[in-house]
Write a protein that binds this ligand. Structure first.
Ligand SMILES: [Zn+2]
Ligand SMILES: [Zn+2]
Length: 266
């Protein structure tokens, strides 16, 4: 694994395009219908406890647009996209949506195997195309999310908390890359298990604004970027992508290595 220059130019460009596509989708998803609010447990995450109805044709369009974007100049992806178009009935897409919300790696791995598709592709497409709905649902749930005494990770969708900024008030604010929910946490505490005394701060040579908060108790880590030290304001999602070198550093030191249920590796 290269220690420097890990931020490949093409990778960043592609991530930016996926990001713009996501923003376009978000503007097209006006609202989602959430069922099961009355039976919500007091614990988080909330969204996996609810039933979300969406427009499946629209979800299908999102998947096709994404495959078209990442399939440019890549015949393997283009062929896989054709195949998905043939086999994905609305029942299958409904299942994709549900399993994408639950981040069910097992289901998608089997689906890829059975249909002879690249292993990473179905979950990548299904999960990205589900994000605008997650984001719309999270925006609707915001008042409720504020009341919740949350568990660790995103209390809307359950994603592990991997990225935070130090905001204008000097507080550590975590942002979920999937549903865009934001919340503040104690500065020195593990965003995964809550430990306060087992957290170490790793500094990055030559970069004043970046830190890695790594936990010796659960082996999780969070990247923390001090945006007060930056001239240019950028969205947390983009800062997350741009700081991928911090993920390499943390993972090289043995933190955040994904197990079978983790959804860390992409
Ligand atoms: Zn989330
Ligand atoms: Zn921890």
């Amino acid at each position: 694994m290269a220690k420097t220059n890990v931020l490949d130019e093409n990778y960043e460009q592609l991530q930016k395009k996926i990001q713009s596509l996501n923003e376009k989708w978000r503007s097209e998803v006006s609202e989602v219908t959430l069922k099961g609010m009355e039976n919500l447990a007091a614990s988080s995450p909330i969204i996996p406890q609810l039933e979300m109805s969406i427009n499946i044709d629209q979800y299908q369009t999102f998947i096709e647009e994404l495959l078209q974007l990442i399939g440019q100049n890549n015949t393997e992806i283009t062929a896989a996209a054709e195949k998905i178009k043939e086999i994905a009935t609305s029942d299958i897409l409904q299942k994709w949506f549900t399993e994408a919300i639950a981040v069910n790696h097992f289901y998608f791995k089997n689906f890829a195997e059975e249909n002879n598709l690249p292993e990473w592709l179905p979950i990548f497409a299904a999960e990205h195309a589900a994000r605008p709905y997650l984001q719309a649902a999270t925006a609707e749930l915001e008042p409720r999310l504020k009341e919740i005494n949350h568990n660790h990770g995103c209390h809307s969708c359950g994603e592990p908390a991997r990225f935070a900024v130090i905001n204008k008030k000097g507080k550590k604010e975590l942002t979920c890359p999937r549903c865009l929910h934001m919340w503040e946490e104690k500065k020195i505490s593990c965003a995964h298990c809550g430990s306060e005394d087992k957290v170490v701060i790793l500094k990055v040579e030559g970069d004043e604004s970046a830190e890695i908060h790594a936990c010796h108790k659960c082996k999780g880590y969070t990247k923390v970027i001090d945006t007060r030290k930056m001239f240019k304001k950028e969205s947390p999602t983009l800062l997350d992508v741009k700081s991928i070198h911090l993920d390499y550093i943390a993972q090289e030191k043995g933190f955040g290595i994904s197990d079978d249920e983790g959804h860390e590796t992409h």
